[in-house]
Design a protein around this ligand. Sequence first.
Ligand code: NA7
Length: 561
Amino acid sequence: MSTTSATSATSTTGATATATSTTSQPELDLLIVGAGFAGLYMLHQARARGLNALVIEAADSVGGTWYHNRYPGARVDIQSMEYSFGFDDALQQDWCWTERYAAQPELLAYANHVADRFDLRSGILLNTRLTGAHWDEAAQSWQAGTGTGTSGGRTWRARHLVLATGPLSTPSEPDFPGLSDFKGQVLHTARWPKEPVDFSGQRVGVIGTGSSGVQTITTIAPQVGQLTVFQRTASYAVPAHNGPLDVALEAQVKADYPGFRERNRRMMGGFGSLLPPNNFSAFSVSAEQRESMFEGRWQIGGFVLLGTFNDLIVNPAANELAGEFVRNKIRAAVHDPATAAALCPSHPIGCKRLCVDTGYYATFNRPNVRLVDLQTAPIERFTATGLVAGGEEHPLDAIVLATGFDAMTGTLLRLDLRGRGGLALQDKWQAGPLNYLGLCVVGFPNLFNISGPGATAAFTNVIVAIEHQVQWIADTLRDLRDRGVASIEATPEAETAWVAHVNTVAGRTIYLNCNSWYLGANIPGKPRMFMPLFGFPAYVQKCAEVQQQGYPGFSLAPLHA
Ligand code: NA7
């Protein structure tokens, strides 16, 4: 995109206009980047408030995460009845999920249904990748474009820029020595092809055992000739007990869906009101009672295991009891003691996001599945025909990288985002992603980030988190417009205090005690800073107070004369 203040802008109607550093009204009230759930809902809410908005999306379809993550077994880890929009009662009454935990095709169909139902496609430009956006102080607006360097592409001028690019949208592709020498197929779970991949009879290697790896491994093991799993860190997986959606539960929820949503919004993670956490310590019951209570929640399945006691996430000793409960499940499920031992995690349970599985550990009892523990046999290099780990050559026909994401900041830092005075986001975030309310960044007026650092999305039912942030942004923009405010920017004091708050909250938990993507620890060289905020209800309350009190922590500027 152009780095000058005068650029050629093509409007959504196709007309070419010249955008200069003037105080004229920009063509858009807001430009929204990304057409996943956040971008779709942002467009809907902007339109509802009479704001002129456009969504641009790099992919050839809406759906975001559920468009790209189409690997075998891809499935949501929050129950379908909860992982859906609650803003429109007719939508939630009409839509019928088929499974307790919806699979990727159904989630993508849901995103498309939302786009059609609310006539959103007319406001979305597909196959349009933002490359950069520069703040124009004179015009109090963003110049955003799709070109490279100083040429090419389309540009838009928008009063506000909303980044709905998703916290897990830039895959991490580690720089394995010799990977380009490998002659077989290399696939990343987050960039899976649309056409089905046939692994029949093949020797397949999967690197990575987070949620994506666990789901892929479990699904392809019966299809492949030989599966070799390369594990750097063992994962805790709890059973999904997935199956057809319980019609009685569906009827119960739909009888009072708004009430169900409201009860979920009061939960720490914005979900789970069907079985709330117990409000007593793991040490307040006998060992037998504890085991029986863990077992009861294990049988129900999903994240509820971590709600067995109220101190599992804040007290390492209590956490260790839950971790040992799961390790005993692993030892019972896996026949080979050495494999079972390697599959037993040693970090606190919940410190990395739990995997919700369907027979993951038992998969290692299959004669065609082998675990390679990278702690004792690190990957040395790839070859034309496989890879070498711990001195042993593993012949492979295909390699699946389930290596996760450059989470929360990776997508934004690959853009040419420049704020006030040409400040580059890469410089601003050199030591970590500073922000206020998880929404705004000092030096970047009128820029809003959804599900980013400093917000609760990573610990929350992300659709609930999205609905909240989108409504806050839409209400704020309407409010500012009505008050004649042209720019809003966080203050340095508020930003410093917010980052400290996020880290203080994390410091009361076990979340700092492992190398997770929450900390940026999965990406070599990434600043180690705890990014997500824990606790949805308190966050909602804080954001509401900021709005009600006239935006403390922000400076507001009227339209330049
Ligand atoms: P995750 O959870 O970040 O998992 C990535 C996995 O890949 C994890 O086991 C990593 O091990 C492993 N990994 C990453 N880099 C390497 C290298 N260089 N060598 C070997 N192994 C590596 O990503 P997912 O896609 O599974 O899930 C992301 C989120 O999506 C998840 O949290 C849910 O919210 C849904 P590590 O643990 O870093 O040692």
